[in-house]
Design a protein around this ligand. Structure first.
Ligand SMILES: NC(=O)c1ccc[n+]([C@@H]2O[C@H](COP(=O)([O-])OP(=O)(O)OC[C@H]3O[C@@H](n4cnc5c(N)ncnc54)[C@H](OP(=O)(O)O)[C@@H]3O)[C@@H](O)[C@H]2O)c1
Length: 223
């Protein structure tokens, strides 16, 4: 399986990359990043790192390197919820890559990292963090709508994960307390779920935190 990853220099993306490297079914990993990965990771023969100058522009030689991929895990993003980063970048990827799916019968699975507070309803009034929650929700809407676009002849599936507060495997006592209201999930369990979804699909298109926790514990215990 060939997989495209973003956000691999970040907290969640690093764990996704680490687990992809351990997974024997994943034979090729293409990383889209604005800066190099630590040598210990990028030296792995499974990995090819493409340093992007602009995440809205995909030159032909970049698209060629992405061709043949079966899945993408998009872990790029911030809590600042900047529209260009959250919405334009994943859409630019989708528009640049999806023409390579035409004429192939297989499905491409795209998994988008959103958050527990994302709000898909763009006119609903929210008591707190309104702008950021709407932007995260708008990104979800766009990527779900993209899966219905005829341009890729039904070859694209979108999934969304909505983790609550993501914890390191050990420690994080303050975050655990902070996550009391919204919930928490361990980063290794989240990453295991993200990889499982792009490999095997999932009944629900949007995975809420409770489902991620339950599925993640099961997958990690089975490893
Ligand atoms: N951590 C949590 O508790 C949590 C909970 C729920 C949802 N989420 C969501 O999950 C996603 C990832 O979170 P994280 O905790 O892994 O964040 P993180 O550690 O800050 O990592 C963010 C990643 O996105 C990349 N990135 C940020 N701005 C960029 C830009 N303008 N252009 C290109 N790349 C950019 C970073 O690259 P550089 O290293 O080059 O900056 C990094 O790889 C975010 O959307 C976040 O909102 C996180």
């Amino acid at each position: 399986m060939k997989i495209i990853l973003t956000g691999t220099t970040g907290f969640i993306g690093t764990e996704v990359l680490t687990q992809c490297l351990r997974n024997a079914d994943i034979t090729s990993i293409v990383v889209l990043s604005r800066r190099p990965l630590p040598n210990a990771l990028s030296a792995d023969p499974k990995i090819q790192v493409i340093l992007m100058k602009d995440f809205k522009i995909y030159p032909d030689e970049v698209v060629k390197q992405l061709e043949g991929a079966d899945a993408c895990i998009w872990s790029m993003g911030t809590t600042d919820a900047i529209p260009e980063l959250e919405i334009d970048y994943p859409l630019a990827f989708a528009r640049a890559f999806s023409p390579t799916l035409v004429g192939h019968r297989r499905k491409f699975r795209y998994l988008h990292t959103s958050g527990v507070l994302a709000e898909k309803d763009q006119i609903k009034s929210l008591l707190f963090l309104q702008e950021g929650r709407r932007i995260k929700g708008m990104a979800e809407n766009e990527m779900i709508a993209f899966a219905k676009d005829e341009v890729h002849e039904g070859g694209w599936e979108t999934y969304i994960v909505r983790p609550a507060m993501v914890l390191h495997v050990e420690g994080d006592m303050l975050k655990r307390i902070g996550g009391y209201l919204l919930g928490t999930v361990k980063v290794n369990e989240l990453a295991a779920v993200m990889i499982d979804v792009v490999r095997n699909g999932n009944e629900e298109q949007i995975l809420q935190n409770a489902e991620i926790v339950a599925k993640g514990k099961y997958l990690v215990n089975a490893q």
